[in-house]
Design a protein around this ligand. Sequence first.
Ligand SMILES: [Fe+2]
Length: 498
Amino acid sequence: MPVLRLAPVTPAPHLPVIDLKLGLSKTVGRGRQADVMVDDPSLSRLHARVSLDDSGQLAIDDLGSTNGIFVNGTEQLSAFLTPGDVVRFGRVEYVVSAEETERLAPDAPAVSQTVLRRVAMDSALKVDRLVLEALLATSREMMAFEDLPALLERVLDRLASIVKPDRAAILLIDSQTGALIPRAVRPSGAYSSVSEFASSTVVHQALEARDVFIVHDIRMDPRLQQAASVLLAGVRSVICVPLLGRSGAIGALYADKLGVEQFAPELAEYAAAFGGHAAAALETAQLYDDRQRHFRATLEAFAKAIDARDHYTSGHSERVTAYSLVLARKSGQYAADFETIRRAGMLHDIGKVGVPDAVLLKEGALDARERTLIEAHVTIGYQMLEPLPFLGASLPAVRGHHERWDGAGYPDRLAGTDIHPHARLMAVADTYDAMTSRRPYRDALSAGEAARRLRVDSGAQFDPAMIELFDQVEQEFAALHEDRDAAAMRAELLRSVG
Ligand SMILES: [Fe+2]
């Protein structure tokens, strides 16, 4: 007999699992009167009721809670649930799954709308439990991803493990142009253009019909026999799943088999179920990604405005970012960190927003109190950016770019390798730019003189390993600073990692 289970996404002792048998319902809440007591302050005493009716339909109702119930991110008063759905009571998240206490009888009632029922309707098809379990595990896992590129790769891996194609791809619709753009491809480089996706006919038909498109044997399908891409690649069998988000189609999953092997007919059902979960996760991640990008762009514009407050430092953050990226690229150790370093470079002085103009723009020497106010920019910047999870990896450089290798820097007086490598690298970039920029009290130093002073301070202010790196890219620094096209070169460098 099937049992439906709601299990906490992040298990904890105060979050009990909620099991439901056919014909049963349970109330959930913080109070003792609830059938299932979830001891979390974000829940109301009697928060919701979950019920599984005799036909296997699972439903949830809000019992007038303060913080509401959310199903896959959308607030609902009542909703039907299927395995893979994520339900949030207040701040606590649960995921729905189907459990079995005995073997599933062939005529057992279907327990979900999207997965089991579709398969069970066709008695000729066997339910492959392994595939179903993979589907459920995948949808649980997918809802936890917030990073779009990583999620795309995971979705494609999972699709491949279910349909076992020779080639596969995720195409996403560009919201500006409406064009389908391949965002992840297996094996990489398998298709050199979108028209090679075994005829874009298949993709477009799947999107128009809003249903899975499967061609078991292309030789039997007159629509595809003439498609040059199909013939050239030797495609035998094709499956295409439209990705339908809440606001319409967002793209398609595509897979094909070459040579003699064909896709099995039941894969259409699995692929459809998989596509539904993948679309929900991708749409959420896409929105999150867009929001993050816009927010970052706003912050960076803000940082540039701070640079511009003082005409002596105008363009400083952009130049520090360019120098930092040159060092990072040369070292070979930070290939995965370019974006983190770029963000840190653009935002490293953002805390100067909290430094009064009278101090920041003062032309003469600073007294001790004024120096303390200026130095506070690293901790102010850190506190401003700390609540933003997508900037977490950039924080050590924001906070630590004025630390010194000998321990005499600020704000934490860290020394040596206790200072984060991004901060050690940025200290070189920051100081180089400060020295080669004009100041009210002195002219800009030449690139050669700035380089000489950096070397003198190796092992005192700077990590000797970073100065060794600088030695190898000194000419590149000078070009980014002095060349007639320096601004264009820097902009190109920043774009290439963005
Ligand atoms: Fe700074």
